[in-house]
Design a protein around this ligand. Structure first.
Ligand SMILES: [Zn+2]
Length: 310
C-alpha cells in the first residue's frame, strides 16, 4: 500500500542538488540575439521600432546626441528626443554611441571620457535613465578604451554581425542564427539605415523584416533581448552562487550574489533537470514553474532569499 507520506518522498527523490542550475539564458533558451541599431537614424523610429514591436521584440539603439535635434530645420535624418522617449517607453534600450562619433582610440583620455560622459548625461537628462551599455563608433576600440567604457556599465558591444543590405544576404543571416543555436552563443546584430543612409538595404529593404521573421519562427529556442538585458543576465548568471541542499522532502536553494547596483533588477531563470511536478517558492512567493523538453524552469531573484522546492 502506498501512503501519502511515501508518495511525497517518492516525488521529491527525483530532484537532486546536482539537477539544479542557472539557465545560460532567460527561460532556458538555447542562444540569445540582440538587434542593435547604430547612429539614431529617423528610420529607427518610423520603421525599425514598429517592426520589432509587431513581433514582440525590443531593440537597442545607439545614439550620438550631437546628432539629435528637435528642430526639423536643422535635421530630419535622425530621431528627435520625443521619438527617443517614446521608444524608451515602449521598452527599447536607448544607449550610448559617444557624443559625436569620433574614433575614440585617436582621442586623448580626457576627450574620450568626455565623449562618453557627455552623451550619458544627455540621454539621462532627456530620457531619465543613464545608459549602462556602450557601442564604439566605427567599432574602434583598444584595451584602455574598453576599460574606460566599462566603468559603471554592464556591457559594451565588441563583436557584431552586420544585417545591413549589402553585407548580409539571407543565407549569411540564417547561418549566424544557426551557428548561435549550435554553440549556445549570444550574438549582436548591427545595422544603420533601412531605405537610405550608410549600409542601407538599397534594392531590397524587405531583407530586414524577412530576417526578423526568420528569428521569430525560432523564438521558442532563441531569446531576443536588448543588449542591456542579455548583458545583465549573463553577468548575473556568472556571478551568482547557489548552495543547494536536500531538506525534508524538498530542496532548499540559497542564492548568493555580490552587491552590484547595476544588476539589481536582473531576474534569472533556474533550470531543473526534472519534469516531475514540484512547486517553487522564494521569500514566501510562489514561482511559476514551466516544463519544456523534459526540464523545468522558473524565474528567481538572485538577490533574494532561499528558494524552496517541494
Ligand atoms: Zn556609428
Amino acid at each position: 500500500m502506498i501512503t501519502a507520506a511515501a508518495m511525497a518522498i517518492g516525488c521529491s527523490a527525483d530532484i537532486n542538488p546536482e539537477d539544479v542550475n542557472v539557465a545560460a539564458y532567460k527561460d532556458g533558451k538555447e542562444c540569445a540575439v540582440s538587434f542593435t541599431f547604430d547612429d539614431g537614424m529617423k528610420e529607427h523610429y518610423t520603421i525599425v521600432a514598429p517592426e520589432l514591436e509587431k513581433r514582440g521584440f525590443r531593440g537597442t539603439f545607439w545614439l550620438c546626441c550631437a546628432w539629435i535635434h528637435d528642430d526639423p530645420q536643422i535635421d530630419t535624418t535622425h530621431i528627435t528626443w520625443d521619438e527617443a522617449r517614446e521608444m524608451a517607453r515602449n521598452g527599447h534600450e536607448m544607449s550610448n554611441h559617444s557624443w559625436s562619433h569620433p574614433n575614440l582610440t585617436e582621442l586623448s583620455d580626457e576627450d574620450a571620457l568626455l565623449e562618453m560622459t557627455r552623451n550619458d548625461e544627455a540621454i539621462a537628462g532627456q530620457i531619465g535613465e543613464r545608459p549602462v551599455t556602450f557601442c564604439f563608433p566605427y567599432n574602434a576600440y583598444n584595451e584602455e578604451r574598453v576599460a574606460m567604457a566599462m566603468e559603471g556599465r554592464i556591457g559594451a558591444r565588441l563583436k557584431e554581425f552586420w544585417f545591413g543590405g549589402q553585407h548580409s544576404p539571407d543565407e549569411y543571416l540564417h547561418k549566424q542564427i544557426e551557428d548561435a543555436l549550435a554553440s549556445g552563443s549570444w550574438i549582436a546584430g548591427m545595422t544603420h539605415g533601412i531605405n537610405y543612409g550608410y549600409d542601407c538595404y538599397e534594392t531590397d529593404p524587405s531583407g530586414f523584416t524577412r530576417f526578423l521573421d526568420y528569428v521569430k519562427e525560432r523564438e521558442d529556442r532563441i531569446w531576443v533581448g536588448t543588449f542591456r538585458d542579455v548583458a545583465g543576465y549573463t553577468k548575473a548568471a556568472e556571478a551568482v552562487c547557489l548552495n543547494t541542499e536536500k531538506k525534508g522532502n524538498g530542496l532548499v536553494i540559497s542564492p548568493a550574489m555580490p552587491e552590484n547596483a547595476l544588476l539589481k533588477d536582473v531576474v534569472l531563470t533556474m533550470e531543473v533537470a526534472s519534469e516531475e511536478g514540484f512547486t517553487a517558492e522564494q521569500d514566501g512567493r510562489k514561482l511559476d514553474v514551466t516544463v519544456r523538453n523534459g526540464k523545468s524552469y522558473f524565474d528567481f531573484n538572485p538577490f533574494g532569499g532561499n528558494i524552496i522546492l517541494r
